[in-house]
Structure formats: C-alpha cells, structure tokens
Design a protein around this ligand. Structure first.
Ligand code: AMP
Ligand code: MG
Length: 452
C-alpha cells in the first residue's frame, strides 16, 4: 500500500513571536510568471503537491496567502558578521517568510523566498534574484540532499521576465523568484541583532521559540539551546566535508540555528580534496575555503554564544562551545563512512581510517566524486596504486553499509563541478533549453537513491 498522502498542516508560530522580529512587506509585481521548476517531492512532504500549476503560480509567484498560515509576507530582521565584520544593516533584503506548516516528519517548516522584491532591508539592492542564481540554488540543494547534508530544499523557481544588472553575470540577465522550504529561518544573526539592541526580553522569547518549535523542547534555557546548536552545526560542518561542498559565504547571517544549510550563492563542489579550494571569487583570503569550513562555522557559533551573554553566564557558554571539536571528529568520520558505503566500527579505528583516506586523497589529487564512487565497491579497485595501500587495507577491513546493486553503480559518478553548472546554464541562456537541467536533477536523485 502506498504511504498515506501527507495532509497540509498550516502553522502560525512566527506570528506568535511578536512584531519585534519582522516587518510586513509585499511581493513585487512581476511582468511574467513562467514556471521553471516545481519540486513535487518536497511539496508532497508538506501536503502541497496537489496544487495545479495555476494555483502553484498564484501562491509561489504572486504570493496569494496559503490558507491557515501567516496573513502576509514577513521580512525577518537580523544582523550578522560578514567576513568577520559586524554588519547591523542587513535583514531580509530580497526575501520574506510567507507561510509555515508541519512536514511529514512533524517538523515546523517555513516557506521563504529569494528575489521576491524590495523590503526595508534592501539598501541599494533591487530585491531580485537572477535566473542563473535560482538554477544554481536548485542544483546545490538537490545535490546536498542526495549526499545526506541537512539542507533547505528548493520548492519552486518561477521566471519573472525582468532584466537585471549584476557585476558577476553578463548583463542584462534574466530574473526569477525562488521559494525555499526550510526548517526555520532563525539565523545566528537573529540573535546577534537582539544582543546589539540589548533586548533581553525578546532574546528570551526567541530562545523559547527555537527550543519549542525547532527542537521540540520546553523552557527557555539559553545554555540548553547553545548545546543543541553546537551539536547540529558540528554535524553540518562534517557533512559539508564528506560531500566535498564549499558553501562560499559562511557568514553568521547564513547559519540557520537548526543546523540546516541554506542560502546558496557562489557555492562550488571541490574537484579534489584540497583544503584551500575556495568558492567565492571575492573570498581573497580563503576564509571560507573547503578545509576551513568547520572553523568558520565554529566561529559563527562563538558569536551566538557571545550574544547569549545578554541572558546567560559566560563559563557554561564557553563549555558548550568547547564541545564543538569533540563532536565534529566523530561526525566527520561517520559522514565519510556513510559516503564510502561502510559501517562504522569504533571511534579510534574510524578516525584512523579518515586520516589515512584523507592522506591518500591529498597525495594523489584523485577526483573526489570518482573516488567515492569507486570506493563504495569492496575491495577498492586495483587501479588505485601503491599510494593507496594503507587506505585500501583500512577500507577493506570495514563491512559494507549496503549492497552496491542499484543501477547507478553501473554508470558514471554523478558530480557537480563548475564546468557542468556553466554548461547547464548555457543551454538555458542560449537556447532556453531546460531539458539538460531536468535530466541532471533526475541523475542526482538517482544517486541519492543509490546512497540512501
Ligand atoms: P547574502 O549574501 O545573500 O546572504 O545576502 C546578504 C545581505 O544582502 C542580506 O541582507 C540580503 O537580503 C541582501 N541582499 C543580497 N542581494 C540583494 C539584492 N539583490 N537586493 C537587496 N538585498 C540583497
Ligand atoms: Mg544570506
């Protein structure tokens, strides 16, 4: 029997948080609404897959309110450190949250936008998203979901018929509005703003909101919350590494307190295990390079802890922060073992395996996706030469996590390197050909099935 369809279960938790957290806004009036991507798998998890395309465009292109949830869009207020510099002038400048509901796992989810128009936080920005940026966000979220990284999902992409000027794309360039399904939109920067305003009452209220609605716990203990966030973000950092993913802009306003990855700009997947590999062309110092991501995320969580000083003592906050490294180590071992198709053994053996594999990956500069594809097989194929002797011995001592019998393993590894992203965009840009993008999404989902 197929699983019972998930009912649509709207929520209004954000409205209960009170007026100090957001500003009511409205969506831009777009000249066109062309549906380019509807994620029916994600929609099914919140009971919205039954919308027809006309209804879909009304809700996700014109933002007609969904029944039973927020009465209208809210631009959320937040601050943040951007490349380690504090910026109090940010907030939802090209997006808003317009609906909440529970998903098939019972979690409180938000629908948020990117590119839906200007807000009080837009500063000099146009409030818009480029179509290419939207396409890139689909690719990042689909790939990360398949690779077992907690991530927001891209629910919808609608092309909106405007011409945008950008300095990082040939301009004018096409516009779009994206809807993101995510487990909350409370960022570390949401707490930073309250600390900056010295607003202890709303800080306590926010702690209670996050504990209750996003962690399913009662109370408003900031220490308990910091401990939970340290656990989730250490896991996120570990999963990024095993996925070979470089987010690119790990500013504190881009870190969701649920430890779910989101807000995809200049991301890239690393072609090899190169800790210095950098995604954003403007990240000259390599602050957010591949191998520095755990440190960057930990730094952001430190900013959360210092914000919580407003309502908590510092010693236990510091103790919570100090757990990060000890949580990250086993999390990265288990994430790598998952991707390598191996059952974990014990912490010491697993850690030794990680080090051995990392050493071989760096020494040989092996293509990362090819290696993970090949290494899922047991034993490791012969063409991995003598540089791989130690890693081979370590890997072959592990029991397989699952049979390698999915048809995916008869083909080629699915990867997402920058040249392919550009090729997918060229087909859309030059010929309005969306077939390669949809074929790629299918291929990613097939990989996801093979790994799951
Ligand atoms: P991001 O780098 O996407 O996390 O954005 C950082 C800040 O800049 C946030 O406050 C965004 O809302 C804002 N922002 C980015 N792009 C635009 C835009 N085109 N128009 C208005 N605000 C923007
Ligand atoms: Mg952002």
């Amino acid at each position: 029997m197929p699983p019972a369809p998930q009912a649509y279960r709207p929520a209004t938790a954000l409205a209960d948080l009170g007026p100090a957290f957001s500003d009511a806004v409205s969506a831009a009036n777009f000249p066109q609404q062309i549906l380019r991507f509807r994620n029916d798998r994600a929609a099914a998890s919140i009971g919205l897959d039954t919308l027809d395309d006309v209804e879909w465009i009304a809700h996700f292109g014109r933002f007609a309110p969904l029944p039973g949830t927020l009465p209208g869009p809210l631009a959320l207020r937040y601050h943040g450190h951007q490349f380690r510099v504090y910026n109090p002038d940010i907030g939802d400048g090209r997006g808003f949250t317009f609906a909440q509901m529970h998903d098939d796992a019972g979690r409180l989810m938000d629908l948020g936008t990117k590119g839906s128009g200007q807000t009080p936080f837009s500063r000099f920005g146009d409030g818009r998203l480029t179509l290419k940026g939207g396409m890139r966000e689909i690719l990042a979220t689909e790939m990360l979901e398949a690779l077992n990284v907690p991530t927001s999902r891209t629910l919808s992409l609608i092309e909106t018929g405007e011409e945008l000027d950008r300095n990082d794309e040939p301009s004018p360039t096409r516009s779009a509005v994206l809807v993101r399904l995510s487990h909350g939109h409370i960022r570390i920067g949401t707490f930073q703003r309250l600390a900056y305003e010295r607003d202890a009452e709303n800080m306590r209220r926010l702690v209670g909101y996050v504990l209750r609605h996003l962690y399913g716990e009662n109370g408003d203990d900031p220490l308990r919350l910091l401990n939970l966030i340290v656990e989730r973000t250490a896991t996120l950092a570990a999963r990024y590494m095993a996925a070979g993913f470089v987010h690119g802009v790990l500013n504190s306003d881009n870190i969701n307190v649920t430890g779910e990855s989101f807000d995809y700009g200049p991301w890239r997947f690393a072609p090899t295990w190169d800790p210095g590999f950098t995604a954003a062309y403007f990240d000259h110092a390599g602050l957010y390079a591949f191998g520095r991501q755990p440190e960057a995320i930990h730094w952001d969580v430190m900013q959360l802890a210092s914000s919580l000083r407003l309502i908590a003592e510092s010693d236990p906050l510091i103790a919570a922060l100090e757990r990060f490294a000890g949580l990250y180590q086993p999390a990265v071992a288990s994430a790598l073992l998952w991707r390598l198709g191996r059952q974990p053994q014990d912490p010491v053996t697993d850690r030794a395996l990680v080090q051995t594999v990392e050493r071989a990956l760096r020494a040989t500069e092996a293509p990362l996706d090819r290696f993970f594809f090949d290494a899922f097989a047991q034993p490791l194929p012969d063409r991995y030469g003598s540089d791989w002797n130690d890693a081979r011995a370590a890997l072959d001592a592990y029991a397989p996590r699952k049979a390698r019998d999915h048809s995916y393993w008869q083909g080629e590894p699915c990867s997402m390197l920058i040249d392919e992203v550009e090729t997918l965009w060229s087909a859309i840009d030059e010929r309005d050909d969306w077939a390669p993008l949809h074929a790629k999404i299918d291929a990613i989902r097939t990989m996801g099935e093979a790994l799951a």
